[in-house]
Design a protein around this ligand. Structure first.
Ligand code: ZN
Length: 198
């Protein structure tokens, strides 16, 4: 049949699928790897394109973000409905994202804790966090060991410490948990005097 335009083409394909279900399925099966590779490649291409585009037009990124936010606000049921429909996939995606972005996850988790504690402060960016760690050469300032660094609130949130770049220090997990809600001064003195084990 003569295919003149896109809507004709769509119509034609629809009819074709209905009358050639077996063939269409066989075709899909035979080209599975190929279409997957194609999808992956276009995804990468689109990602690179938008990255470059937003770099050149940062104000557009903000606009798109605002528009998306607005849309979700105007369509409140959508997110929940979508999530329910795609629960399993969303949870898989979440897990993968967390695994691939441990530092972001860490920052978001500390933000969540600060929010629950009702802490003030302007928060901090991933760049600020990366810079802080670099400043310490990846070494925990409390025990001088090179370890995986977690986010520590110098003045604890429970003592009205703010969730702010000025009140954040990298600390290894064990120092972070043994400092707990103690002030930095008390914690350091207690350590020096061997009241707290390293
Ligand atoms: Zn430490």
């Amino acid at each position: 049949m003569p295919v003149k335009n896109n809507s004709d083409k769509k119509e034609y394909l629809k009819k074709y699928y209905h009358t050639h279900k077996v063939e269409a399925k066989a075709y899909r099966e035979a080209h599975k790897a190929e279409s997957k590779a194609y999808r992956e490649a276009s995804k990468e291409k689109a990602k690179a394109y938008y990255k470059e585009y937003y770099k050149k037009n940062p104000e557009n990124k903000k606009r798109v973000f605002e528009n998306t936010k607005k849309w979700y606000k105007e369509n409140p049921g959508y997110k929940a409905e979508y999530y329910l429909k795609n629960k399993e996939r969303a949870s898989e995606n979440n897990k993968r994202w967390n695994k691939e972005n441990p530092e972001y996850r860490r920052i978001m988790e500390s933000k969540r804790r600060a929010r629950l504690a009702g802490a003030g402060g302007g928060g901090f960016s991933k760049i600020q966090w990366e810079e802080m760690k670099k400043e310490y050469n990846g070494i925990c300032p409390y025990c001088n060991n090179k370890k995986d660094l977690t986010i520590e609130h110098i003045v604890p949130l429970i003592n009205n410490g703010e969730h702010d770049a000025d009140n954040i220090s990298p600390a290894c997990k064990s120092c972070n948990s043994s400092k707990g809600t103690k002030s930095m001064l008390f914690f350091m003195l207690a350590r020096v005097n061997n009241l707290i084990e390293k």
